[in-house]
Design a binder for this molecule. Structure first.
Ligand code: IMP
Ligand code: MG
Length: 429
């Protein structure tokens, strides 16, 4: 029997807890192959392992499990960051991770980081060179792929080819760039590690894994509203974090995926610039961060995340355009700090009620959110909630409200950062 594909994507602006959900699924359920398809080390994916917190930026979120970990063709890969992650896995487990790196993935070079800082002011990017690397990929002539990086001659010749373009570009914006030889020399040690990882074709690998009857888990990065095509432009990333981007990133078609999990926090956060309709003030932040469980700082940059109430227009939009089949709601435990909760059920724009974010991003900053108040569930002993599966009425009402509104089951409830603190209400695979 053929294996199945499940995917987890973020429904908001990233930081929904995909790392935790993917780590839970990877370790507790039968997935034989984990893959990312988009983004790069702008992502910060957090999970717990043996009582400790870990953050990874590139590898799929079960790096110590020994399973194949794939980096798909639509990713942008910073070799220095990947080197560090490989080293961390080696130190922790004594083994090199079983990495599969698609030869067609693009490589982030230092010049991309310089350009990110010089040219994308005002969007609040992570400064990791993500946007400029995707620009070069789209422009077709000036990117370096993992195929190039892997082969000494090819790499030197590519760096020499594109250097003049990068130099002109950067100097025009008042920056500077090292000579080609220096750039290749600096990457020599890093590149030698990658000799052990021959460029792969992730699409074919997945086909073979499925034929063997193993299940495949795809890990989205960022969130749907950071999509370059569907998000809150221009305050977005430069990849497509929705399901279509993720499938394209691993070389699968729309009918190859059976389960599309929309990971959504029980409230909303956003890091970086851009409008956020349900944003609340300092008091909300203090309650969320009150006992550290809801400590909201960007996993990649450490910047404080802005926070606010659950935003159904955003969720509906993500559900509709991604065919989400299951919702994973994370951090429900953090909301037990509130006596009363609110859920945004629509936006008013010039007196008209909108059920989804307006297509014109310029309008999003001035919408008036409409809220439904709901009763909070108060302090709970979450360990016994998880072990008994008994949810208090108020929490059931909160979940039920989201399910009725979106027409999608909240199949996974995450009640704490550790993988054990998860309730699978409906089987995912
Ligand atoms: P870039 O992806 O570095 O170009 O940043 C573009 C925008 O996306 C900025 O607002 C970032 O803060 C945001 N962003 C990118 N990746 C993530 C993520 O994984 N979580 C949250 N925000 C992100
Ligand atoms: Mg994150």
């Amino acid at each position: 029997m053929s294996g199945e594909v499940a995917a987890a994507i973020g429904t908001n602006w990233g930081d929904e807890g995909k790392g935790k959900v993917v780590n839970y699924l990877a370790r507790m359920k039968g997935f034989g192959y984990l893959a990312r398809g988009t983004g790069g080390n702008n992502a910060g994916h957090t999970f717990w392992y043996e009582g400790k917190e870990y953050k990874f930026n590139l590898m799929p979120c079960d790096p110590f499990g020994g399973k194949p970990l794939a980096l798909g063709r639509c990713m942008v890969i910073d070799p220095n960051v990947l080197y560090q992650e490989v080293t961390r896995v080696l130190e922790k487990t004594g083994n090199y991770p079983d990495l599969r790196i698609d030869g067609s993935a693009s490589i982030i070079m230092d010049w991309h980081k310089v350009r990110d800082v010089l040219m994308t002011k005002g969007i609040g990017t992570t400064g990791r060179g993500i946007g400029p690397c995707y620009e070069d990929r789209r422009n077709r002539l000036n990117d370096i792929t993992y195929y190039d990086l892997h082969d000494d001659e090819r790499f030197e010749s590519r760096v020499a080819d594109v250097h003049e373009y990068q130099k002109k570009f950067i100097e025009a914006f008042g920056g500077s760039i090292e000579p080609p030889r220096k750039i290749t020399e600096k990457l020599a040690a890093t590149r030698s590690l990658f000799r052990r990882y021959k460029p792969a074709d992730i699409s074919l690998e997945i086909r073979d894994v499925l034929k063997e009857g193993k299940n495949v888990l795809l890990e989205g990065a960022q969130g749907f509203h950071l999509s370059v095509d569907h998000g809150t432009r221009p305050y977005v990333t430069s990849s497509e974090p929705g399901i279509l981007g993720l499938l394209s990133g691993v070389g699968l078609g729309p009918h190859d995926v059976k389960t599309i999990i929309g990971v959504t926090k029980a409230y909303t956060t956003r890091v970086g610039e851009g409008p956020m309709p349900t944003l609340q003030g300092q008091e909300f932040n203090e309650i969320i961060r009150g006992d550290k469980r809801g400590s909201e700082y960007g996993a990649t940059t450490g910047r404080p995340r802005r926070s606010g109430w659950l935003d159904l227009p955003m969720l509906r939009h993500a559900v509709r355009k991604n065919n989400i089949t299951d919702i994973a709601m994370t951090k429900v435990d953090v909301l037990d700090n509130f006596h009363e909760l609110k859920v945004c059920t629509g936006y008013l724009i010039d007196g008209d009620l909108h059920e989804e974010p307006p297509s014109d991003p310029a309008l999003l900053g001035s919408v008036t959110p409409v809220y439904k108040p709901m009763k909070g569930w108060g302090k709970l002993d979450w360990k016994s909630v998880v072990s008994s599966g008994n949810l208090p009425k108020e929490l059931k009402d909160y979940i039920g409200f989201v399910e009725d509104d979106t027409g999608v089951d909240v199949s996974i409830l995450s009640c704490g950062p550790e993988p054990e603190m998860t309730i699978e209400r409906y089987a995912i695979i």
